[in-house]
Design a protein around this ligand. Structure first.
Ligand code: UDP
Ligand code: MG
Length: 332
């Protein structure tokens, strides 16, 4: 039988958490009853430095329900880091992990299928949205454009897959070897390899509360995804540079010929235009290079990606559990 851990990152999710715990518990209990998952299976809620009562709720649920576990990060570290901390906490305690959002947007009905594919030998199972009918037109078109753009840049990501996925213990071990600070799990997981498969589901609307991904965060996430996985923008700069060099040689010859032929030289306007154009282009290029330099800067510093303040598994704080004392206050 399989020990399954659900990992759920939560940031200010007090409105939806009680319902999430209720639904996931009944799902887990059914899985255990049907001998699909075993008794050691757990739900692990990661509190990503929430400002509301999220952690208090997790503590309360974990005291009432032995299947509920919790990890509290010392401050808000963002969805990807929160998810990673949960995955790394689950590593070594289970056969496979299923990560999902706290807002019940991911259809938990397909969890059986995830585990079935795992039992058939898949190490990674991606949850893929079968349609985006419920999204706003803006979110749908920007997301689709983004996936296309990423694949044009040579980044291998799964179309319409968010962070609803199953990872087996070998995939988790592999994931723990990726030390990068600018985390974009959707890009890293396909790099792991192993046998994988897909499960299709319909994504519903948020059960309660508001999206924690406003446009600004979404844009940052998108840019992170590109610059963490592709150096094509850098190559693009060189290519533009080469093209401009060729054009400027032609321009130079043209100017030389016009001078030799005594034709009036180009006026102030064209000069201004080219200065502006080149100035803009240079700034744009420097900006892109700067983005990469910034990344090198943070990677080189290799700061811890998260810090676990508290951890509860099996209904009691892990500090009291000699087996996992090593996990506490350890930078990862
Ligand atoms: N989340 C998090 N830390 C953050 C932002 C979000 O742990 O800084 C969690 C959030 O609680 C949710 C998941 O990440 O479980 C996805 O966020 P959300 O549903 O707001 O994003 P959307 O589905 O709107 O893209
Ligand atoms: Mg959501």
């Amino acid at each position: 039988m399989t020990t399954v851990y659900f990992v759920v990152p939560c940031y200010n999710e007090e409105e939806v958490l009680p319902e999430t715990v209720k639904r996931l518990s009944s799902k887990l209990e059914t899985l255990i009853k049907n001998n699909i998952a075993d008794e050691k299976s757990r739900m692990l809620f990661v509190d990503d430095g929430s400002k509301d009562k999220t952690w208090e709720l997790i503590e309360q649920f974990s005291s009432e329900n032995k299947y509920v576990g919790g990890v509290k990060l010392s401050r808000n570290r963002g969805h990807q880091n929160a998810l990673l901390s949960g995955l790394m906490t689950a590593k070594g305690k289970c056969d496979c992990v299923i990560s999902l959002d706290a807002d019940l947007q991911d259809d938990i009905g397909v969890i059986d299928e995830f585990i079935k594919k795992y039992n058939e030998g898949c190490e990674i199972v991606y949850g893929v949205r079968s349609s985006r009918k419920k999204d706003t037109f803006f979110k749908r078109s920007t997301a689709q454009g983004y996936y296309k753009f990423m694949s044009m840049l040579g980044v291998d990501i799964v179309y319409n897959h968010a962070d609803y996925r199953l990872l087996g213990s070998r995939a988790l071990d592999a994931l723990s070897e990726y030390k990068e600070v600018n985390l974009f799990l959707r890009g890293i997981v396909p790099l792991i390899g192993y046998r994988c498969d897909y499960v299709y589901y319909e994504r519903s609307e948020r059960f309660a509360g508001e999206s924690k991904y406003p446009l600004k965060k979404m844009l940052r996430f998108a840019i992170d995804g590109i610059t963490s996985f592709s150096v094509k923008p850098l190559k693009l700069i060189s290519n533009i540079g080469i093209i401009i060099c060729i054009l400027s040689i032609i321009g130079f010859i043209y100017a030389l010929v016009s001078v030799l032929m005594g034709v009036a030289a180009a006026g102030w306007a064209s000069l201004m235009c080219s200065i502006w154009f080149l100035g803009g282009l240079q700034m744009f290029s420097i900006g892109i290079v700067g983005t990469y330099v910034g990344k090198i800067y943070s990677e080189v510093k290799a700061r811890p990606r998260y810090r676990i303040e508290k951890e509860i598994i099996n209904g009691y704080p892990q500090n009291d559990n000699p087996e996992s004392i090593n996990n506490i206050n350890k930078d990862v």
